[in-house]
Design a protein around this ligand. Structure first.
Ligand code: SF4
Length: 216
């Protein structure tokens, strides 16, 4: 795999946000789905997030401050960065993560890249090093549809790893982890959105009547 392209530090291309969810990492968290992923795992649950032409482009600083303010008001313990591919927008997401960490909140980052590769690239790529530095818990590795993982929460296949990069979640990962959860959100305009992770049969049954999917 080759290193992700350099992101534009001043802007972020965002697909979706949630201020509060219990399905995208430890505890109750905000979640930011970025738009764009060149890894393109067969069987990816979010192929609509592959293109870098979709979503909305936001100013990194303004978006970070707004997302942080809403997260603090909601009383969540951190933010989860997923997509799409966060490391293809590593510079702006590192800024966002640093703002959350400065307020005592945690950062979980999903990536389809392998941690060993990210570490190698980080020696010459300040943006990758900065996002790794801003991350407490990393879920890494591509999704492999023929290696589904039904035992660990949040991640999809057995090749993927949950790595504590700081002490924040090290103990939690060594003990009982919560089950996978699916959340259905209906906004004031009646739009339905789904996030989280579940057994594929259960998810298909749920999504049959909703016509949407979401997850990395
Ligand atoms: S599973 Fe994640 S890394 Fe793989 S194609 Fe989908 S968004 Fe990209």
């Amino acid at each position: 795999m080759t290193a992700p392209a350099l992101g534009e530090p001043g802007t972020l291309r965002i697909a979706r946000t949630l201020t509060s969810t219990v399905s995208e990492g430890p505890g109750r968290r905000s979640a930011v789905w970025v738009q764009g992923c060149t890894i393109r795992c067969p069987g990816c649950f979010n192929p609509q997030l592959w293109t870098s032409r979709g979503g909305v482009v936001v100013d990194t600083v303004e978006f970070s401050e707004t997302t942080l303010r809403e997260a603090l008001a909601a009383g969540v313990e951190g933010v989860t960065l997923l997509g799409g591919e966060p490391f293809e927008q590593a510079a702006p997401l590192a800024l966002l993560g640093e703002r959350f960490r400065a307020e005592g909140l945690s950062v979980m980052t999903f990536t389809g890249y392998e941690y060993a590769d990210l570490l190698t690239w980080s020696a010459e790529r300040a943006d990758i090093a900065a996002l790794l530095d801003a991350t407490d818990l990393l879920a890494d590795g591509p999704f492999l549809a023929d290696r589904l993982d039904s035992t660990r929460p949040w991640i999809g296949s057995t090749n993927q790893s949950l790595r504590p990069l700081t002490e924040r979640y090290r103990n939690e990962l060594a003990h009982d982890l919560p089950p996978d959860r699916v959340e259905v959100t209906i906004d004031p305009a009646g739009r339905i959105a789904v996030n989280g992770w579940a057994d594929l049969d259960a998810l298909d049954g749920l999504l049959d009547g909703l016509g949407t999917r979401a997850r990395m």
